[in-house]
Design a protein around this ligand. Structure first.
Ligand SMILES: C[S@@+](CC[C@H](N)C(=O)[O-])C[C@H]1O[C@@H](n2cnc3c(N)ncnc32)[C@H](O)[C@@H]1O
Length: 209
């Protein structure tokens, strides 16, 4: 929790309680259904929670923002963001139901009312969102193809509606066809070694484009 408060000092009591509860919930569910690797669960706050929240260092979602987390797996980045932004709605989608079962248990255990889960490939989702977040799911060209037409037209943020993706390493080649992409180094926000090569990529997407 200290780690989170170091970078998010304004958390409310309710948010602190939820973030604290997360560890026990994941530990418990991970024993039954292995969704997070052993090493990662020991460093849940660093590798999953803080990493997910790097998106919040790039964009502060306004109330009522509609966000989809594609390929959420065990709930990242969707769950930590849903705790941080209780007034926004989050749709967590994954093609593997087993993982979503853990997410559902965590959502219930925390009493998170702003999270909806759907077992589906994202290609089959037909709705629009202000932002589509993700981590470790597909290379950008595939991902863009999947989410085309799922971005809402009305802009409410300084950062244009579109994709906000957590990525690692050298992205020059992967992003060469996306001149509008902006890369943010997470190491500019967090000092831990784990984040040295990690980035947040923002790619604006046109409505129905
Ligand atoms: C490596 S895991 C990442 C999970 C999570 N985002 C994280 O960072 O911990 C990739 C996830 O994407 C999901 N996935 C892959 N292709 C998908 C698709 N087309 N639609 C929905 N989910 C997909 C997989 O089922 C898997 O849970």
């Amino acid at each position: 929790m200290e780690l989170l408060l170091k970078y998010f000092p304004d958390l409310t009591e309710d948010q602190i309680e939820k973030f604290t509860k997360l560890e026990a919930l994941y530990q418990d569910w991970n024993l039954k259904i292995n969704v997070v690797s052993r090493k990662d669960i020991d460093e849940l706050y660093l590798r999953h929670v803080l990493h997910s929240l790097a998106i919040a260092k790039v964009i502060q979602f306004k109330p009522n923002t509609k966000i989809m987390d594609v390929g959420t797996g065990g709930g990242f980045p969707g769950i930590p963001l849903a705790i941080l932004y209780p007034e926004c709605s989050f749709h967590l989608v994954d093609s593997i139901n087993k993982k979503l079962n853990v997410v559902r248990e965590v959502v219930e255990g925390l009493g998170l009312e702003n999270v909806k889960t759907t077992h589906s490939r994202v290609e089959e989702i037909h709705d629009t969102y202000d932002f589509i977040v993700s981590r470790a799911v597909a290379a950008m060209p595939t991902f863009v193809h999947w989410v085309k037409g799922k971005v809402a037209k009305k802009q409410n943020h300084e950062l244009k509606n579109g994709i906000v993706y957590l990525k690692g390493g050298d992205l020059a080649e992967e992003l060469q066809d996306y001149p509008k992409a902006t890369i943010y180094n997470i190491s500019d926000f967090y000092s831990e070694d784990f984040f040295e090569t990690k980035k947040v990529v923002h790619l604006p997407l046109k409505y129905k484009g």
